[in-house]
Design a protein around this ligand. Structure first.
Ligand code: PRP
Ligand code: MG
Length: 212
């Protein structure tokens, strides 16, 4: 019998809530984390614990059939992929911020300046629309430290509680997008596994309704 392969963030803020919603739809997974793959006991499903940024490519290639992933990651790396359900948790923004003390006040002021980010495609698209030209420094994490070490004039990264911005003396100047966890599927999903996804989605809808 065919098993549905679903990708979940390996570690990070989405992991816990993703596992929680799977549990709420009646899927119990023999713990992963240390293992990169785990099987569900009561549904033909395998969970793959993967790095966020790798998930869009796995979906595209059909290595996994579906994923619980931040919409922001799909916007950055998987604009071609299909979102089948918005899950309502892990809400965040992707924002541009500058040092509180900086004379930069708006997006336009960033023209010709340096922006550190892990979201180059998102930033580029946004800046292009706004007619602003900036130099991007692509870094993978701890982005908010960049202005303090002289690497950039501003940053673009995820803002959730806002505490990382605050702790690093930064202020938000522009919200590029709002994001939440979503269920996305692979364009290569088999008919058999599509039936399984439909079942999961049906259960998800009723759990989400109950959460309202
Ligand atoms: C994430 C994100 C922001 C921060 C936002 O970083 O990159 O820096 O969380 O959350 P907040 O608004 O609630 O502070 P994370 O802690 O995952 O570390 P990383 O950037 O080094 O991967
Ligand atoms: Mg961070």
């Amino acid at each position: 019998m065919s098993k549905l392969k679903i990708a979940v963030q390996k570690s990070g803020r989405l992991n816990e809530d993703s596992m929680k919603i799977l549990k709420e739809i009646g899927i119990s997974v023999d713990n992963g984390k240390d293992q990169l793959k785990a099987s569900a006991r009561n549904f033909p499903l395998e969970v793959f614990y993967l790095r966020n940024g790798d998930i869009p490519q796995y979906l595209r290639d059909g290595v996994v059939d579906a994923a619980i992933i931040g919409e922001n990651v799909l916007i950055e790396k998987g604009n071609d992929l299909k979102i089948v359900e918005r899950l309502g948790f892990s809400k965040c923004k992707v924002s541009i911020a500058v040092p509180k003390s900086s004379e930069l006040k708006s997006l336009k002021d960033l023209d010709g300046k340096r922006i550190a980010t892990s979201y180059p495609n998102t930033v580029n698209q946004f800046l292009e629309k706004a007619g602003v030209k900036a130099n991007l420094h692509i870094i993978n994490g701890s982005v908010e430290i960049a202005p303090n070490i002289g690497l950039a004039d501003g940053i673009c990264d995820i803002v959730s509680s806002g505490s990382t911005l605050f702790k690093n003396g930064l202020k938000e100047v522009e919200v590029l997008l709002k994001s939440e966890a979503v269920l996305a599927t692979s364009p290569k999903i088999s008919e058999e596994n599509q039936v399984l996804i439909d079942k999961l989605q049906f259960r998800l809808k009723s759990v989400l309704k109950g959460r309202e």
